[in-house]
Design a protein around this ligand. Structure first.
Ligand SMILES: *Cc1c(COP(=O)(O)O)cnc(C)c1O
Length: 422
């Protein structure tokens, strides 16, 4: 049967259908996780008596905003921790992580990253790059990092020595835009045990971006003291229009609140302008939206693995984030792939992305992003720096059917541009 809506080569249709059949068992496990997490979220909404008046929102100081207070409590409940700060005021994930770092650390303190170099945007926050913007280093906070092992895993045996004297031990759960494996909840549990065996006062902080709801537990349920994420990724469910969260031990969340607003002001102020409703709906939908994104990633991995391309993770590997990397091997393939993904977007599908010199990046980058929310990577998107090993990072999809179309159009675009042989 020809596809009545999109021009896709029959061989691509067959390839994707066959890959989908191979993924059946994995999709069942993804559905089980979504089932569990959706119940976890729903029961928290019910326990905290979420109700219509919470959606109205406040203005000005926002004193006594019951939507804001309930949303904090609901998120803490879902993540199995004492308190949370979920706010549209966080301009990005980097802002939320920065708030947590400056909230908890004081001059003279030391932070140790246990997952090597942090995510690109955090390099300037820490002080590895740039000057004069008020990095941790400029405030007299020492930064150290434990490199990852050659296979990309955490060097567990080196943790006790590495965290000696540290105030914060930092973990980045997701691979981000590298080819290393992501850090699973079980691995985070092991890290927490090792860190706490040295000194139980060391704060384990986890950059949880891209990880929420991919597994049945979150890092806070594995011993982490503080986790941070972005609402234009997993926990916003594609509905939250902006924002981020910090969750964990009450005393630490409190410190972060005083940093987000002002010392002494903390959590009690901050109007919601009607954004709470979007955040409630997004959080409610997040487990199934994340499942759609993970299925899209698994299917993409299965198809490209079947075609002989290096993929990470492999389609049948255990996952803890929504990111899929595909090493396509050359620039024309990257360009064709990203242009195809763009063609399947619900927004801006007619736009043809090209490689460009993005500020702050050393090589040119091509990006496919046709999203309802600017920069939202829980929506289907792909990024590829034009450099060795010519890999594309793909993530998101609000629905599995639309994610699958994006994949097929990426393959079609590669076929039409002579970057794929079938
Ligand atoms: C997205 C992300 C961040 C924060 O990035 P923003 O673009 O500022 O939201 C931090 N760490 C990781 C691993 C991420 O994926």
């Amino acid at each position: 049967m020809n596809n009545p809506f999109f021009s896709i080569d029959e061989r691509i249709e067959t390839l994707v259908t066959e890959a989908e059949a191979r993924c059946a068992g994995i999709f069942r496990r993804i559905d089980e996780t979504a089932d569990y997490n959706a119940q976890k979220v729903l029961s928290a909404f019910i326990r905290h008596r979420v109700s219509e008046p919470m959606f109205a929102g406040t203005t000005g100081y926002g004193y006594g905003d019951i939507g804001r207070e309930t949303l904090d409590a609901v998120l803490a409940d879902i993540f199995g921790c004492e308190d949370a700060l979920i706010r549209h005021n966080f301009v990005s994930g980097t802002h939320a992580i920065t708030t947590a770092l400056f909230g908890v650390l004081r001059p003279g303190d030391c932070i140790v990253s246990l997952t090597g170099r942090p995510y690109d945007t955090l390099e300037e926050v820490v002080g590895l790059r740039g000057e004069g913007h008020g990095s941790l280093t400029e405030f007299g906070i020492q930064y150290k990092q434990l490199e990852l092992a050659p296979d990309g895993h955490i060097q567990f045996e080196a943790i006790p020595a590495a965290v000696q004297g540290a105030k914060v031990a930092y973990i980045q759960r997701s691979r981000g835009y590298t080819l290393r494996p992501s850090v699973t909840i079980e691995e985070i549990r092991r890290v927490c045990q090792l860190v706490k065996s040295v000194d139980e006062n060391i704060i384990v902080m986890v950059d949880n971006c891209y990880g929420e709801f991919v597994e049945m537990q979150e890092p806070t349920q594995a011993g982490a003291d503080l986790i941070i994420g972005s609402l234009i990724k997993n926990p916003g469910g594609g509905i939250a229009r902006t924002g981020g969260y910090i969750a964990g031990r009450a005393g630490l969340v409190e410190l972060c609140a005083h940093r987000l607003t002002a010392p002494g002001v903390g959590k009690e102020v901050g109007c919601t302008l009607g954004e709470s409703r979007n955040m409630f709906i997004g959080l409610f939908l997040a487990p199934t939206v994340v499942a759609a994104a993970v299925k899209t990633a698994v299917l993409t991995s299965a198809v490209f693995q079947g075609l002989g391309y290096p993929v990470t993770p492999r389609y049948d590997e255990y996952r803890t984030d929504i990111i899929q990397a595909i090493t396509l091997g050359d620039e024309p393939s990257l360009v064709a792939f990203c242009q195809g993904v763009q063609k399947g977007a619900p927004v801006d599908a007619y736009v043809v992305p090209e490689p460009w010199d993005m500020p702050g990046y050393e090589s040119k980058v091509i990006m496919a992003a046709g999203a309802f929310t600017m920069g939202a990577s829980i929506e289907l998107s792909a990024d590829a720096p034009i450099r060795e090993p010519f890999a594309a990072w793909m993530q998101g999809a609000l629905t599995y059917p639309s994610g699958k179309v994006g994949l097929k159009l990426a393959l079609q675009s590669m076929l039409e541009q002579g970057a794929l042989e079938l």
